[in-house]
Design a protein around this ligand. Structure first.
Ligand SMILES: [Zn+2]
Length: 70
């Protein structure tokens, strides 16, 4: 069983929240708006302790350390 590094309680999972930001542009083509998405979406993932709800990790590597995966 793993422990939260912040509150110390026993946890068997982490809650996660993922935010995607897509960057693009919009112009006028043939009198209509034309959207052009460029680049790759920026994905921001946060992992929270289910007990104290604080963010304990921001990458899968940190999650592995907390949950004890080799
Ligand atoms: Zn906690």
């Amino acid at each position: 069983m793993a422990n939260c590094p912040l509150c110390g309680k026993e946890i068997d999972h982490l809650d996660l929240e993922e935010e995607r930001t897509i960057v693009g542009s919009v112009a006028v083509e043939d009198g209509r708006l034309a959207y052009d998405e460029e680049g790759t979406p920026v994905i921001d993932t946060k992992y929270m302790c289910p007990e104290c709800a604080l963010v304990v990790a921001e990458s899968e590597d940190e999650v592995k350390v907390i949950l004890g995966v080799e």
